[in-house]
Design a protein around this ligand. Sequence first.
Ligand code: COA
Length: 200
Amino acid sequence: MKIYIAQAHSGESSPPLNLGFGGKDGTMKSTSLVIRPGTSDDLDAFFELYWMSSLEHTHYSGQLDSLKPKQRCRKYIIDRQREFLKDANYFFLVAEKDNNILGMVTGHVGDRDEAAIYAIERLGFIDEVCVSPEHRKHGVGKRLIKALLEQLYDTGVGYVGVGVAFKNPAFHFYRTQGFTPEGLWLIQKEQSFQKKKTKR
Ligand SMILES: CC(C)(COP(=O)(O)OP(=O)(O)OC[C@H]1O[C@@H](n2cnc3c(N)ncnc32)[C@H](O)[C@@H]1OP(=O)(O)O)[C@@H](O)C(=O)NCCC(=O)NCCS
């Protein structure tokens, strides 16, 4: 089950990102974490993190064999992300330390469903966020999300939303970042439908 959660723009802008280069004395701190725009050189790392996150999602949904083979998905996901790199409405950031990609986040701005009806049409979306397991709980995800939100709100949208599986601990991560549940996606298993039918 997915919950749709959203964050509204407070109007305050965050302090500039610490990109981790250079201390007060001007020396380079090569060990600092850097949040930077993702490029075509990062697409392999992007896919590995994307895949890791997808495997975790199948775990939360209980559909353990629902993913197609990794190699079949790889080209599709990388090609799609390569196209997004050319589109100004799409955002891709990576967290890098010592030449290693520790995490990534992607998002876009676009019209909400039924934009022809609702007054709030354009909003920001968080599409993917993943930090490699050994680097979690050290603030990497927070820095990635903050940098993405900065870019999304800079486009003028008033809200940013994300869909997250109900059982995914990332739900708590988003809550710490100021997102609140605004909707709930319900699913019914066929088994439950059949069970109800026989009771009638
Ligand atoms: C969700 C995810 C990106 C968080 O990244 P992270 O680097 O571990 O997060 P941070 O260390 O920056 O944590 C930021 C805050 O979220 C909280 N948080 C992070 N993971 C949490 C968890 N599993 N349960 C509860 N709270 C959590 C932290 O305690 C922290 O709170 P604070 O700001 O009050 O101190 C990471 O767990 C991940 O990659 N998960 C797998 C992919 C996934 O599910 N993505 C979401 C798809 S919708």
